[in-house]
Ligand binder design. Sequence first.
Ligand SMILES: [Zn+2]
Length: 430
Amino acid sequence: MSGILLKGGRVIDPARGLDGVADVLIRDGMIAEVGADLSAHGSEPVDAAGFVVAPGFVDMHCHLREPGHEYKETIATGTRAAALGGFTAVAPMANTEPVNDNAAVTAFILDRARREGAARVLPVGAVTKGLLGRELTQMGELKAAGCVALSDDGHAVSTARMMRLALQYASQFGLLVIDHCEEPTLTQGGAMNEGVLSTILGLAGIPGAAEEIIVARDIALAASLGLRVHLTHLSTAGSVALVREAKARGVRVTADTCPHYVAATEALIGDYDTNAKVNPPLRGEADRAAVIAGLVDGTLDCIATDHAPHHADEKNVEFDLAANGISGFESAFTLCHTALVASDAMTLPALIEKMSLAPARVLGTRLGTLTPGAAADIVVLDPGASSVIDPDTFCSKGKNSPFRGFAGKGRVVHTLLGGRFVVRDGALAV
Ligand SMILES: [Zn+2]
């Protein structure tokens, strides 16, 4: 068999405004043709009737933990988890050990990904050496090594002055700076969203202002320099309002949020469930509604998972001491589809755009489309299927999900990477 013919699915390709029943012919790892009643010409026919055929998801913010924290995740396990979640390209942040702040680490990650990966890996380099906020990295070296963007994720770029320098230098190399927006003097010691619930639970709170101060700072810098900035995992109504206002006056700002800010609130913490501890913290219902409105009106460009796997020992501790993060690849589509599409807030093509084409474009890659000639990175979805999230079945080493038992709509059926099945009928094929 020289290729694959996906027959009779509802093909959604936001790049071309395509939404209709069609066949997709894959040859030599690329999309050869999309159209009605294509003939197989010796390729393997695969029935996709009743399913949705879309560009593979692109995750612009995740943590694969290798090198250095292989007990939490590896590039092999993380990209398999990604594939099961429908992702064909993922951008791991630089907070590995050693930090991805030089070409040798980037080369290591890309080499591992080539040999063991089940998804494309698009490394994000550090903005400052060691993520310490004192000295900029060699950005040209990181770009040449294969980094697609820069971020000090884990925390915000240390100071306004450092952020300004970073935006200026990164622009020389055509690199996007992605900022994690949290003012450290306001997050210090905090374990959850600041509000009535944190008072009831007796936990130190993190105010929404911690995020909004950095959002405002970065917008002001991008506006004054006329340069791009990307603000990641936004969680508050105030942040959405700031980005909306900035975009309206032409500031070159893009932004993303995560499935957990769309599908859940701080109520998920319940009886001190440390799996619901994440940075920024889960917020209240008004924030959740504002984040959804921001996705719907285009203020928030894309959805990123912030997949952050941890070992059980790092979560089986007191809430204050628990690590921050949610293992997110394998629940992302079900959570977003349930909270956004099944709830009628957004159409399925709009959600697919937020999870594939939009992040691909923000990162400056040519991924996220089924245009003939593009890499055959494809996800096949069953939007009508009932799906119950069970972290015990995750391929990720991180079983740290607060969504255990979440019953939603929509599941990933197949994932193809470069024209080959990496997930088939919901199971790994590699
Ligand atoms: Zn972050």
